[in-house]
Design a protein around this ligand. Sequence first.
Ligand code: SPV
Ligand code: MG
Length: 670
Amino acid sequence: MKALILNSGLGSRMGTLTAEQPKCMAEISSHETILGRQLHMLVNAGLHDVVITTGAFADVLVHYVQGLDLPLNISFVHNNRFKETNYIYSIYQARERLRDTDLILMHGDLVFENRVFDQLMSTEGSVMAVSSTIPLPQKDFKAVIGEGKIKKVGIDFFDHAMTAQPLYKLTKQDWNLWLTQIKKFSEAGATECYAENAMNEITDEMMLMPMDVKDMLCNEIDNPEDLAVVTARLKEIEQRKVYMSFSTDVLHSGHIAIIKKAARLGKLIVGVLTDEAVASYKRFPMVPFDERKALFENIAGVYQVVAQDELSYKKNIEKIHPAYVVHGDDWREGLQKHVRDEVVSCLAQYGGILVEYPYAQDDKYKKLDARIREEMALPDMRRARLKKAISIKGTLTAIEAHSGLTGLLAENTKVYEDGKAYQFDAMWVSSLCDSTDRGKPDIELVDMTSRFRTVDDIMEVTTKPIIFDADTGGLKEHFIYTVRTLERMGVSMVIIEDKIGLKKNSLFGTEVKQTQDTIEHFCEKIAAGKAVQKTADFMICARIESLILEQGMEDALMRACAFVKAGADAIMIHSRKKDPAEIFEFVDKFRQEDAITPLVVVPTSFNSVTEEEFKAHGVNVIIYANQLMRAAFPAMQNAAKCILRHHRAKECDDICMPFKEIIRLIPADY
Ligand code: SPV
Ligand code: MG
């Protein structure tokens, strides 16, 4: 595609402004001329070839353009009869350079805002700028519209007409038709009319559509008054606030391109999502908020960087009142659709505009994303994220996973509500579910090698941190191997409970025989584990069974303090009562003594407590320990019974997920 800018006119109504230079060199701001602005827009749109026709002060013009030193291939065509001919003749003279190409055509005295040019470039086919809102001018161009097409362009048309501006994007086909007609006119001596007179004879053959720019700035400058008006409007446009939000920690050329476009619309304010907001809807950020903020502050075109503390833009839009919110068009579907809908309604309240640019579908960005995922799944990266997440978010949630498939559910399940997105922060590899899945009791019967196999299956398809339920941890001599293996694999935390001998599941409580370990012996196990771990990221959590085994609150608290002293990185307190009173009593009393050590709870029995309440009491990790398994079992049993009852599978289909959907859960490119 080439661009043609017509600059052969005399500009005689501009007074002294055109006494020594052509009109297109008139300044429209402290840093821009009309032509300089046009050429920069062409550069930004990725155009390379520009033809400029010249007339009066051709030398001044050529010298000026060369001094701009733009990455454009500019050729100048001089209309030596500029005094007595119109631009139809300039085009005629430039015809050899303009054949067989898509073309952007504009008059040299036309000033338009960036959005007009963006709209022009993103509209398919041949278009001319018109305005449905600006009253028809007496002496300037109007376009007659019929059946959605432009039928005629000229000064004397008023019926079915809209104000028109000499800014076109033309397909090669339409431009060739028009150029042939310009040649005919010029060679027949019709050189004082408009090029549009030639076009008007062939509009039926062309597919020239109107592009409505409404109230956006798109004006020709004919006299000093026009210049003053346009200069003032440009100033106002430059002051407009533009808002964009980013959650990314890896900036690529696609981001930079959209930032550049957004910055051309006004003062660009970037909202950087806080770590908590990012973690709530996508992966945990690899680069912390402060660093991401600094990254954006150093990008040319970014005027200001602010924090956006939730996925919803609402708060920041209400505070900033941007004229534009800019985003890629990829958020019209999927999780972010709700966010977009809310942005649209917020902007509608005061006439703000949502500008969407085509999302960069480039394969290289997809590969970059995949690479980040792979890196996040690497042992070092994954292991460290639990501790980091606790320090950033305060309170995390973990859901049980006992297989690759449940791991995928834990990894990918998201819910969007009230402008917020929710997902689990981590996974719990439960001894109960891992055993149950194998049809075995939860008595440390499934050996560690099999348990590690489960972890490996989950790790292969996920990136979230893993908390491993190691039951009692076994013998101290065995536990140190468990610690080493789990740490090497990339598990973030191991939880061991202070029981000894044949362990039974805690939910049986005192209904079965279970023995609590002594404080001294269990402390030795914790210390032994801490002594062999290699990284500072791996956490050993001591689980206290005093409430389960009815040993009293004092015992639980005493153990907690002893275990922390022995090196435990976190304390899990368990209860099988529905009433959370004893859990809260423990948490509150422990927090009076120790404000730092993370606290873990498993609210299977005391399940009425909300995450907010746990958070308010100072709990750091909430584990939903078995719900996926418990939900799956009755569903599977139902399906089995349904088939038995009907002696076929047809009726069962209604309660089954189509395999097509399950398959979609499973990543294809592993
Ligand atoms: C598990 O999920 O295996 C646990 C938690 O240890 S509980 O079943 O509540 O004991
Ligand atoms: Mg267990």
